[in-house]
Design a protein around this ligand. Structure first.
Ligand SMILES: Cc1cc2nc3c(=O)[nH]c(=O)nc-3n(C[C@H](O)[C@H](O)[C@H](O)COP(=O)(O)OP(=O)(O)OC[C@H]3O[C@@H](n4cnc5c(N)ncnc54)[C@H](O)[C@@H]3O)c2cc1C
Length: 102
């Protein structure tokens, strides 16, 4: 199970969560996403990996509460577990050679 370690509302409709998911954190790269299921009857929904920490085994997600699945996710609290947190999926973003804009 994938325990919610941190939950922080960023504004009334956007929430940040840090999830205990060592196997996902181990392979996560920029630009990839996970698919979560908040409960056994929940819908599978993709969310971008906002950050990860391989040493701590955590993955950060930031989501907008727009419908059933994100409402169900937002109803969970620190200490609760997600049923599924699968990934990472997609090809990683290519950052090599790119510079910050001035
Ligand atoms: C690869 C991928 C990565 C994604 N990463 C993120 C992410 O990091 N954070 C995140 O918040 N979302 C992300 N999304 C979008 C997220 O998967 C959808 O918002 C998802 O449909 C939410 O499911 P739901 O059941 O809560 O709402 P749904 O029932 O699917 O949607 C409810 C209603 O809201 C509308 N709606 C859906 N999204 C939006 C929106 N953004 N603004 C306004 N109306 C909307 C739908 O058209 C529908 O009418 C990502 C999607 C993809 C494909």
């Amino acid at each position: 199970m994938y325990k919610i370690l941190e939950k922080q509302p960023l504004n009334p409709t956007v929430t940040k969560m840090v999830i205990d998911a060592p196997l996902v954190a181990k392979k996560a790269e920029p630009g990839q996403f996970i698919i979560f299921r908040a409960g056994a009857d929940g819908e599978r929904v993709p969310l971008t990996i906002a950050d990860y920490d391989r040493e701590k085994g955590t993955v950060t997600i930031i989501f907008q509460i727009v419908g059933g699945a994100t409402m169900a996710l937002n109803a969970l609290n620190v200490g609760d577990c997600l049923t599924d947190f699968v990934g990472p999926s997609a090809r990683q973003a290519t950052l090599k050679g790119l510079k910050r804009s001035p």
